[in-house]
Design a protein around this ligand. Structure first.
Ligand code: ATP
Length: 345
């Protein structure tokens, strides 16, 4: 039967719905009552059907999954869905998932995530296995907690304080092997959005964004003297995203990383890295691009181009082509060519 797109509410849902509509792909919204009433019920022309549930757990209940299977739907995973239902549920889900669901599992572990980047030959910030090693390296470090949402509780430390900071975290009950002690890279953040098209046989660079995070992006407005006196520490709750374009020579690295990543994912999982992913990093004063994180699925930063042509997408596509639409187009084209099974797992 006709292929449909199942879009879980929140994160990038509006963009995905809009993209499906642009491509003439029918979309089914799956939403928690709270978000449905407050947001999605205001845009009924964007979906052909809404499945509204009363609890987060029920978002992919057997009843919902049954209805989506019946509708011949492909599910688009995103960070909010993973947070609501857990990666285990997605791994066992009896429904085609757009892209590579095994990559989501790798993404859930700091160690596997950073190792994948390193195996890909992508430049990453230095990783230290002990606070002593970090202190001896003489660079600023960021200490990341396991499962932290939006970087909550991350600590910054200088070589002289990293042992004390890690000691404090251990006293709070964290185990050293669960902490990530990483070089803190000073520079400009750049989040690159890719789409690996198996229909067209290429990795497309579709856009870039930079995040605005609270409170860290407000700290610069507080004089350092006051920051010190108030004991203000940075936190990283994502509030918004802004479009950004890199200097052209940087594309040599950006494009190469996108393709390296796709190859490494296929080596690690045995399945292609079909569809959207993002590399999140910092460009230093020497124009190195150090990737500290990836997202093996659509990132919310692509929302900045919703309904628009992105500067980079305009190099591949005549029509306005943003990530939500790009996903729907690939789905439509893969279905037409009879190669749908290649772009889902
Ligand atoms: P999310 O799940 O929202 O992506 P997270 O908990 O995975 O957040 P990160 O994205 O890893 O957290 O980091 C949060 C913020 O910390 C980043 O946006 C960036 O500003 C900063 N950051 C992380 N790692 C580094 C690093 N090695 N050097 C400099 N800044 C970093």
């Amino acid at each position: 039967g006709r292929i449909r797109l199942a879009v879980p509410a929140s994160h990038s849902a509006l963009q995905l719905l809009r993209g499906a509509r642009d491509e003439g792909v029918e979309a089914i919204l799956v939403a928690h009552r709270r978000y449905y009433d407050a947001i999605y019920s205001r845009f009924p022309w964007l979906y052909s059907r809404a499945i509204v549930v009363e609890s987060w757990r029920d978002l992919l209940s057997p009843r919902v999954v049954g209805e989506l299977r019946e509708a011949n739907a492909v599910l688009v995973p995103h960070a909010s869905l993973i947070e609501y239902v857990g990666v285990e549920t997605l791994l066992e889900l009896e429904l085609p998932v757009l892209g590579n669901r095994y990559l989501l599992e790798i993404e859930a572990s700091w160690d596997r995530k950073l190792s994948l980047l390193e195996d890909a030959g992508i430049d990453t910030p230095r990783r230290f296995s002990s606070p002593r090693e970090a202190a001896e390296a003489g660079v600023p470090v960021i200490v990341k907690l396991p499962g932290a949402k939006g970087g909550r509780g991350y600590r910054l430390a200088a070589p002289g304080s990293v042992e004390r900071v890690v000691g404090e975290l251990e006293k709070q009950g964290y185990r050293l092997e669960d902490l990530v002690i990483q070089e803190y890279v000073v520079g400009v953040r750049l989040y690159s959005h890719y789409f690996n098209s198996l229909v067209h046989g290429r990795v497309e660079l579709l856009g870039m964004d930079i995040r605005l995070e609270s409170n860290v992006d407000g700290l610069a407005r507080v004089p350092p003297r006051l920051q010190e006196e108030l004991g203000l520490e940075p936190s990283y709750t994502v509030v918004a995203n802004m479009p950004i374009v890199a200097r052209e020579s940087l594309l040599a690295r950006v494009l190469d990383y996108g393709e390296r990543f796709a190859r490494a994912v296929e080596r690690a999982t045995g399945y292609p890295a079909a569809g959207p992913y993002s590399l999140e990093g910092i460009v230093t004063e020497n124009l190195e691009y150090k990737i500290f994180e990836f997202s093996g699925r659509i990132v919310a930063g692509t929302n900045v181009y919703m309904g628009l042509q992105t500067p980079y997408a305009s190099l591949y596509w005549e029509d306005p082509m943003y990530m939500g639409r790009r996903i729907a187009r690939e789905l439509r084209e893969a279905a037409e060519k009879g190669i749908l099974e290649k772009i889902v797992t």
